[in-house]
Design a protein around this ligand. Sequence first.
Ligand SMILES: [Zn+2]
Length: 671
Amino acid sequence: MRRNAFRGPVLVALLVAAASAAAFGGAAGKTQAQAVTAASDAVPRLGMIMAVDGLSWSRLTQYRPLYSAGLKRLLDEGLVVTNARYRHLNTETGPGHASLATGAPPRVHGIVANRWFETGSDGKLRQVYCTNQTAPAVPGNPPLFFREVAKDGRLFVFADQGRFRAWETSGDVGAASVRIGYGPNGETVTFDGDDAVFLYDFRHGGGTETFTRGTQPGPANLRVDTLGDRLVQTYPAAHVVSVSAKDRAAIYLAGRSPRHVAYWYDPESGRFTTSTAYDATTPAGAIAKTTVAAFNKSQAGAQLIRRFGVVWHRLLPVPAGSGAAPADELADFQVPVNGLLFDHDLGFNRNGTFAAFYASPFVDELTADLAVTLVADPSLRLGRGPAPDLLAISFSAQDTVSHNYGPESEENLDVLRRLDVQVGRVLAALDVAVGRSGYVVGFSADHGFAPIPEHEKQVDPAAKGGRLVEGPRVAVTATDRLNRALDEALCLDPALRPVAAIEGWTLFYARPLAMRTVAGTCGDAGRLVGGPELDAVLPRTIAALFGEEIASVYLTSGAANWPAAEPMTEFVRNDFDPERSGDALLVPRPGVLMHWDPGRGTGHGSPYETDIHVPLVFWGQPFPAGCVETDTTPYDLAPTLAAVLHVTLPAATGRVILPRREPANARSGVR
Ligand SMILES: [Zn+2]
């Protein structure tokens, strides 16, 4: 047991200075080079990023005595970083996972929120979901492969790589369709199937099919490489495999290379799915496709009810003094997606059973099942190949359950106790497949969670906080109220909506931005109102309307002059992307949510302790058991794993956390 050798005070030194300035454009390259020199020379056979969606540091540690499996193992045996805080606004799932994988804040990786708006080529605003990207403008699945070969006066066209390879060796095209005289010079053309005909027609301009340019999930909005991207660039034989219940988690933990394998849960079918953004014809892609298809058939989809039932009961009784809010006290403030109070009947979910699973701890067990299946897969051989591989897992139930039932709830305690078991299963599977000394884990979260503000106030009347409400559950949203006030302040027609949307804490003006005043207190009608006029009144209008909820307004037009001495400026600047951050960033007051329900459930996204302070644990060689108490950030996860895997991560701003290597003759328990 290598950990047993370690005694006494933690002999861990951050290779870097105190990380107070870590979030701002640090020269990561240099620290990484030093780190690689200092780290053990042995490269682990597998690196793992394990994320728990929405798990704050305080929530993880509150229940520490109750863990008996994987979470206990990570906390007892790992290097536990106790003061890792995000330094960006909009602490949401897309930004957080992108930060964990790139080692940088949103201003670098570009994923500034789960959704934002961009001005399209037509001058109008369009909403962008963070993982939406343009789908290939061709039919077929997968559409990435195309070969057109002239041979013996004929043309052979393939859209299926397997059939192409078979034809190369055997000359047999398989289930072909032959069109005489179809070629540009009257050649006979043999197609390996309908996809090949479509692709051929499309490429030769002769198609009568219309191709719609839809969207698909994928990593295209990510502006920089992830650890997984750099791994496959450094080791061409490396595999990167990522699984989660959420697409944005699986996609960003993997990265930009189409070679990566990324699968996520589809709440409509109860199955794991991927997208054509990933190449299913690579060796790893093809193996994963077959394995996941078999998994879906035997363990997911229609099998879910057989496996899990439709009742979510407590795994174990709630122990006295656990700190969880009493269930009957909290129930008034919970969103009853799966009913209120244990036992939860998933049949209550009005979006169907598969959506109910998504909002229950069963989805974590399912994610772990798939991870264990992929780890054990004898063809994929994760951690047993010629190069180090990367496995990424993000568990989502902590987030979905916290949104509806609150992170302080007994439901959430149950999620964590079950997660403890699932993390243990995944680690045990790696112990068997790769060996205990063969892999290294970076464990963290994409953001924390705010407790339900109305319950906080009931418990402590002095508690601050509250919510602004967006979405269809209220007749008048926060944006509606703001638009009415802006219309009045600027003498605009009351039907005009100068603010198109608020997403997270980012505000977007309407486009095209050219409105005219009506006659009134401002004088004659017809005066043009645009960005500068809106900028001039927005801060004071927000202060008047939402002074209790919003602390400050950062106009993006003034980004060059944002006050450096103001602590929140760092958080705003770290989330700022000129193309995606709209026209203003709003800083909420502590405890204030931007939420879709007027009085129930809770969320995250703020720049405050509940949302920014998350676990960061490194387990495996060369990390000794112990803790690091220095102020640091979760942006350190990727650079640290990169250093261990001997990969550079040029875009990272985070620092490398590694034990200093002891001289050969030094007496030390740390190996
Ligand atoms: Zn999240």
